[in-house]
Design a protein around this ligand. Structure first.
Ligand code: COA
Length: 352
């Protein structure tokens, strides 16, 4: 252990040495998706689209949308979290911090982390919200990893949950994003382990704010006279706006870069990856990355075909499904990667 010492009356914490450093590991995963299935056929009855176009351009056949009055971001994340905590062999009282990734919280304030803490009847632990959209879960995982490595917390609940369907423009004008985005929640319990145990090897986070308006939602906004007005509603400012072509072009480059960055940082080869779990942005993007890495189908996890793109929810939902399907074995080298609004992108490399 390190010791505190003072220099010129200032408390200084010396650099933590490698031997002191803790490691973090995902020890339980869970997910929840709403039971309302939205098929491409249904979408083609409310907007000018068709099954063939959607499947060819996105790979999506159906997705889940929430039921108003039944599902909330808090309720969905609570269900996912209870499953993750139980699979970790813990109780909600064992959790000592929450990191909650969402860009679609139940309230403008306070954040969704505190609502989850209340819902699960937890101790008065800290709860932090992360707003990095599609990369939100990896950002949240990285924050949890740092808190555990420094010895601050032992068991952290990391959540990614969204209700996107209420911000979709379901007219013909919004069809290119309305067919992609969906609702759902995933959760992971990240706990401290000894340095020689499997666990998180690294996380890499990036952002390039000059592209913020390529995928964004303007309202409610604190920089207008009222946060939401009739004019803003009439203009559709509360709807998600996406420049699909720009997102696609940047995504394929950044996904590849950030995966390579993770491999190089750990002296690993792409052939050593046992399972790549990409953010489920679009199946064509995932297929492109798979091809670039030369990975066979069994080494890439995709569920966008039946769940769509649930923004911060995709990676924890995918991890939970992959675990249920026996596709995550102890020690497997797992790569998580995401790209989305911001633009923000990120990767995590871990041994399961
Ligand atoms: N159904 C039918 N036609 C549609 C449509 C839909 N849902 N959405 C768009 N179109 C039409 C367009 O109007 C356009 O018609 P036009 O040629 O007559 O003008 C045509 O299809 C091509 O549009 P374009 O936007 O160039 O299509 P695309 O091949 O780029 O595909 C996306 C659109 C959105 C599927 C694609 O850009 C994409 O996947 N981008 C990345 C999005 C993403 O991953 N977002 C998540 C980030 S986290």
């Amino acid at each position: 252990m390190y010791a505190w010492h003072t220099t010129n009356s200032i408390m200084v914490k010396p650099n933590i040495t490698f031997n002191d450093m803790k490691k973090s590991r995902i020890i339980g995963v869970g997910h929840y998706v709403p039971d309302r299935i939205i098929t491409n056929e249904y979408l083609s009855t409310i907007m000018d689209t068709n099954n063939d176009w959607i499947v060819e351009r996105t790979g999506i056949h159906e997705r889940r949308w929430f039921t108003p009055g039944k599902d909330t971001v808090t309720s969905m994340s609570a269900t996912a979290s209870r499953i993750a905590i139980e699979r970790a062999g813990l109780s909600p009282m064992d959790i000592d911090f929450i990191v909650f990734a969402t860009i679609t919280p139940d309230y403008f304030l306070p954040g969704n982390g505190v609502l989850l803490q209340r819902e699960l009847g937890m101790k008065t632990i800290g709860a932090l919200d992360i707003r990095n959209a599609c990369s939100g879960f990896i950002y949240a995982l990285s924050v949890a990893d740092q808190f555990i490595k420094t010895g601050m917390y032992k068991n952290i609940l990391v959540v990614g949950a969204e209700i996107q369907s209420s911000a979709l423009d379901k007219s013909d004008e919004g069809r290119s994003s309305a067919v992609i985005f969906a609702d759902g929640a995933g959760a992971a319990v990240v706990s401290v382990v000894e340095p020689d145990q499997p666990g998180i090897l690294s996380t890499h986070l990036h952002a390039e704010g000059q592209y913020a308006e390529e995928l964004y939602c303007m309202a409610p906004s604190s920089s207008t006279e009222v946060r939401i007005s009739k004019e803003m509603i009439d203009r559709g400012d509360f709807l998600l706006k996406m420049n699909g072509n720009a997102v696609f072009k940047h995504a394929v480059v950044r996904f590849s870069e950030v995966i390579q960055e993770a491999l190089e940082a750990n002296g690993k080869e792409k052939s050593e990856i046992d399972l790549l779990v990409p953010h489920q942005a679009n199946l064509r993007i995932s297929n492109y990355i798979q091809q670039k890495l030369g990975l066979p189908d069994e080494k890439v996890f995709n569920n966008i075909m039946y769940l769509g793109n649930t923004t911060a929810g995709t990676i924890p939902i995918a991890l939970s499904e992959a675990w249920e399907q026996g596709r995550l074995k102890e020690g497997d080298l797992v790569c998580l990667a995401a790209f989305g609004s911001g633009f923000a992108w990120a990767s995590a490399l871990l041994n399961w």
